[in-house]
Structures are given as structure tokens and as C-alpha cells.
Design a protein around this ligand. Structure first.
Ligand SMILES: Cc1cc2nc3c(=O)[nH]c(=O)nc-3n(C[C@H](O)[C@H](O)[C@H](O)COP(=O)(O)OP(=O)(O)OC[C@H]3O[C@@H](n4cnc5c(N)ncnc54)[C@H](O)[C@@H]3O)c2cc1C
Length: 477
């Protein structure tokens, strides 16, 4: 048996990590492809519409598609400040999970009373996404291969056992793989065991967004790129939205702006941008591919509080992301934070720790993205301006699948429908706000450090994390 210290992740990159990332393109692999569609023209002048969607990430695009399918006569406009999927939707790992609550543990901690319903709705959402892709003709390389959550340490195995016990109580099919079974699946010395969750689909996020945009247009939706909204106000019983070069008057508005600076003041207290980093390798050679096992092509994640997520692409590259999640003082969203060489070099080291067989593998792309984080770690909805405007934000890093549910729920709310979704307390309640600076930065920084300490301390939570749990602000990935 390997001694546990050989399974600790490096904290400081060596020359090897720096060398591995040195030639990589500084852009999201998903967006850096010739098939990226040309930008749609910006909106110039004034426009009148029934439904306006602000933001062309998954949430905005699903909102437009679902609304157009429900009501083919409805006039629907989507405005995007940058390019389609330029935000988190074109930068993520492509793990499309059925979880609406950012994992089972977070669901138990925050939504226990209605968790059974949320779990059922989550699986229905995943099924619905799968069916929609076929119906809409969207080729997003989707594979419903499930996810393996890997233990690197014996104490994490205990956590995985607990997870499976809880999953069983809720009728979930998650199963535990012991060391032999897990290593027969993934050839890595870092693997001590794993759980398997079948309700996860791996997909190509940019192809999903581009495909949804094209489908929306076929359904009659007007999409404008390079059209930033600068303000939202009430206007004679309707909503007036100003852009840099015009205005839009709409009956209903869905705000799906992700981690960008929120347009509505209330949302500025509810979300913060947290930066997450990703590497993409060159396509593996047949020998490299054979050496790592992984024939089931599952999505993989390890289960420390600082964790990695990794997966294979359609052309057998490895996407390897996660570990540090960085908050910058003042909720700074400057695009320069999309690059952080130290984080990339460390990720390259961890990739080789995970798969020593891949030492020296080429890294083709390195990029980062901001995650819209809220204090309950899953999406929230906020209805305002006389029930005509709803914001949908706060996915906290698990929005690929949940954005479909969030979009449907946003439409229920803004159209004034009473549904099983709108009756959920998860939908009715807002998360607790973040404090102002400098407490915000201090609080998040201490929490990050305490999580790292917890991982070094066999998963034991110190007084700070226990206090956060007691205040309803705790997190368990
Ligand atoms: C590195 C990384 C890895 C991730 N991995 C995963 C994963 O594997 N699985 C998972 O489930 N989730 C993952 N996530 C999270 C997931 O990507 C998001 O939850 C999801 O994409 C959110 O979609 P969205 O449409 O709400 O936001 P976004 O995709 O951010 O879209 C918001 C859009 O609004 C636009 N916008 C902002 N302000 C304005 C304005 N004023 N006017 C007009 N337009 C505006 C933005 O330009 C942007 O295009 C990851 C996120 C990151 C950053």
C-alpha cells in the first residue's frame, strides 16, 4: 500500500509544471476552434419585445429556447455583452450533472425537507436536456457516462462510504468502488477508491451553446452579440432596458448574466466572482490512452475540499481543472485573471501526479473563468420590478445541467405561473448576502485557508468552518 504522503498534492509547482504549460495557448480550448460562429450583429436603436433575455450563456439560451418552444408566437430577444458562451458557459469542464443543489451533501445541509423532490427534478432535467439535444438537432458530443468521485486518502474513503449511505436513503444508485475496483477502472497511484454516480453527462460546452443559439434562431429568437445592457428600469407598466447604443422595451425580462457585475443592486450582495483554472492536453497517443485505463470515459473528480475535475474530450484530450478557487479583493472581475500561470503550472504537476504515465504530455490550452458564487452554493431566483424581471444567478460552479432547470423556473416566475418548481422553498428563498469589503475578502480568504488545513487534517473541520456551518454558510463539496 502506498504511504499517504505520496498521495498529497504538491502545493508549489516545480520546473516540470512550468515547462509543461509554457507553449499552451492562452484561451479556452472550447472557444478556440474554427467552427466558432461569426458574431451576430449588435442591436442598434430602439426595439420592442415580449421577452428579453440578458446574457447568452446556458441560462439565457435555455430560457430563449424553452420560451420559444412553449409559445411560438412570442417575440423573444437575447442580448449578449460579448460573444455567445464567452462567460462560464464556454470555459467549463462540461460536467452536466443532475444535481440542482451542488451535490448531495449541500442538498442535505440546506434543502433536506424537499431534497427528494429536488433529486427527482434533477434527473428529469438531465433526461430533458438529453431529449432536447436530439429534438433541436444540437450535437454537443454528449455522453451519459456518469462520474467517479475519487478518494486519495483513507479518510476520504470513509466520506465516500457515508455519501453512499446517504445516497441510498434517498434512493440514489451511487455505488462504492474499493481500491482494486477503482484502480481497475482508472490506472492511477492516487486512487484509493471511488463512488460512481450514473446521473452525469459529459458534453462539449461551446458546441452546446452554439447549437442552442442556432436552435433558438430557428424558433424565431433574435440574438444580438456585443450588446451590453447598462440599466433596467420600469416604464409605464413595462420594462425599459438601456444598452450602450439603444434601448429595448419588454414585457418580461430574464437576467442571466453569470459572474459579470450584476445589473441589479440586490444581486451585488448575493454573488461574488471566484476564479477557477483549467488545462487541456494535446490529444493522447494510443499508447498514452491505453496506459491510463479509463475505458468508461467517466467524468472524474477527487474529493478533497480543494478538488480537481477531469475528463476526456471527443478527440481524447484530457481537460484537467480546479484545485484553487481564487477570490480577488473588491469582487474584481478584470479579464487579466483569466490567466494565472502559477495555477496552471500547479495543475500540470497534479495531472502528472494523477497519471505519472503522462509525464511531459503536451498542454495545448490554459484558461480560467469566473464562477458566480453565492452563500448557498446553488442557483437562486430574484423576482422584481412588479414581477416583470427575474435574475437567475449563483450556480457556484455546477450550472451546466442546473441552468436548464433554472431557465424553466425563471420563466414560470416571470410569467406568473404557480408550478411545483415555484413552490419550492429553494426557489422562494434568497441566499444570505456577502458582507462588504474588507470583511468579504477576509472571510473568503480565511475560509479557503481553513479548507486547505482541513484536507491536511484528515477532513476534520476547524472552529472557523464549524462556525460557518452553524451560521448556515458552510460548504461540503
Ligand atoms: C472554469 C469553470 C469550470 C466549470 N465547470 C463546470 C462543470 O464542469 N460543470 C458544471 O455544471 N458547471 C461548471 N462551471 C459552471 C458553469 O459553467 C456555469 O454555472 C454556467 O455556465 C452558468 O451559465 P450562465 O448562463 O448562468 O452564465 P454565463 O455562461 O457566465 O453567461 C452569462 C452571460 O451574460 C453576459 N453578460 C453579462 N453581463 C451582461 C450585460 N450587462 N449585458 C449583456 N450580457 C451580459 C456574459 O457576457 C455572459 O456571456 C464551471 C465554471 C467555470 C468558470
Amino acid at each position: 500500500m502506498i504511504e499517504s504522503d505520496t498521495r498529497d498534492w504538491l502545493e508549489v509547482p516545480t520546473d516540470r509544471g512550468w515547462q509543461m504549460i509554457s507553449g499552451a495557448t492562452r484561451a479556452s480550448f472550447w472557444l478556440d476552434r474554427p467552427e466558432r460562429p461569426d458574431p451576430r450583429p449588435a442591436l442598434v436603436g430602439d426595439l420592442d419585445t415580449d421577452l428579453l433575455v440578458i446574457g447568452a450563456g446556458f441560462t439565457g439560451l435555455w430560457t430563449a429556447v424553452i420560451a420559444a418552444e412553449e409559445n411560438p408566437g412570442r417575440r423573444i430577444v437575447v442580448v449578449e455583452a460579448d460573444r455567445i458562451a464567452e462567460g462560464a458557459s464556454g470555459r467549463n469542464g462540461g460536467f452536466c450533472s443532475a444535481s440542482l443543489t451542488h451535490g448531495l451533501a449541500n442538498g442535505v445541509a440546506r434543502h433536506r425537507d424537499e431534497l427528494a423532490t429536488l433529486l427527482t427534478m434533477g434527473v428529469q432535467t438531465l433526461d430533458e436536456i438529453e431529449k432536447s439535444l436530439v429534438r433541436l438537432g444540437v450535437d454537443a458530443d454528449a455522453e451519459r457516462v456518469g462520474e467517479l468521485d475519487i478518494a486519495n486518502h483513507d479518510w476520504q474513503l470513509d466520506q465516500l462510504r457515508e455519501h453512499c449511505d446517504t445516497a441510498a436513503q434517498f434512493g440514489l444508485p451511487d455505488v462504492l468502488l474499493d481500491t482494486d475496483a477503482a484502480r481497475a477502472t482508472i490506472a492511477s497511484p492516487m486512487v484509493l477508491g471511488a463512488t460512481f454516480d450514473p446521473h452525469v453527462m459529459m458534453l462539449d460546452p461551446a458546441r452546446l451553446a452554439w447549437g442552442l443559439a442556432a436552435a433558438a434562431e430557428r424558433l424565431g429568437v433574435h440574438i444580438a452579440e456585443h450588446t451590453a445592457v447598462t440599466g433596467i428600469s420600469r416604464s409605464r407598466g413595462r420594462v425599459r432596458v438601456s444598452t450602450a447604443i439603444g434601448s429595448i422595451t419588454a414585457d418580461r425580462v430574464v437576467v442571466a448574466t453569470g459572474a459579470a457585475r450584476p445589473l441589479r443592486r440586490r444581486d451585488r450582495w448575493a454573488t461574488v466572482p471566484v476564479w477557477d483554472y483549467v488545462l487541456m492536453t494535446e490529444p493522447l497517443s494510443p499508447q498514452q490512452r491505453a496506459a491510463i485505463g479509463w475505458s468508461g470515459r467517466e467524468g472524474l473528480a477527487d474529493c478533497g475540499s480543494r478538488f480537481h475535475y477531469f475528463r476526456l474530450t471527443a478527440d481524447d484530450r484530457i481537460l484537467f481543472g480546479g484545485w484553487d478557487a481564487l477570490y480577488r479583493f473588491g469582487s474584481d472581475r478584470d479579464v487579466r485573471y483569466q490567466q494565472d500561470d502559477r495555477e496552471f503550472a500547479l495543475l500540470a504537476e497534479h495531472l502528472v501526479q494523477m497519471f505519472p504515465q503522462l509525464d511531459g504530455v503536451g498542454i495545448s490550452h490554459r484558461w480560467g473563468g469566473a464562477i458566480d458564487t453565492c452563500t448557498r452554493f446553488s442557483a437562486y431566483w430574484d423576482l422584481g420590478l412588479g414581477g416583470r424581471v427575474v435574475s437567475v444567478l449563483g450556480f457556484t460552479g455546477l450550472g451546466v445541467g442546473a441552468s436548464h432547470f433554472a431557465a424553466r423556473t425563471a420563466l414560470d416566475l416571470v410569467d406568473g405561473r404557480d408550478t411545483e418548481r415555484t413552490r419550492l422553498s429553494m426557489v422562494r428563498r434568497r441566499p444570505l448576502p456577502f458582507p462588504p469589503e474588507p470583511m468579504r475578502w477576509i472571510g473568503i480568504t480565511i475560509t479557503r485557508r481553513e479548507f486547505a488545513r482541513m484536507d491536511r487534517n484528515r477532513g476534520r473541520r476547524g472552529w472557523w468552518l464549524r462556525t460557518m456551518d452553524a451560521l448556515g454558510l458552510g460548504f461540503d463539496s
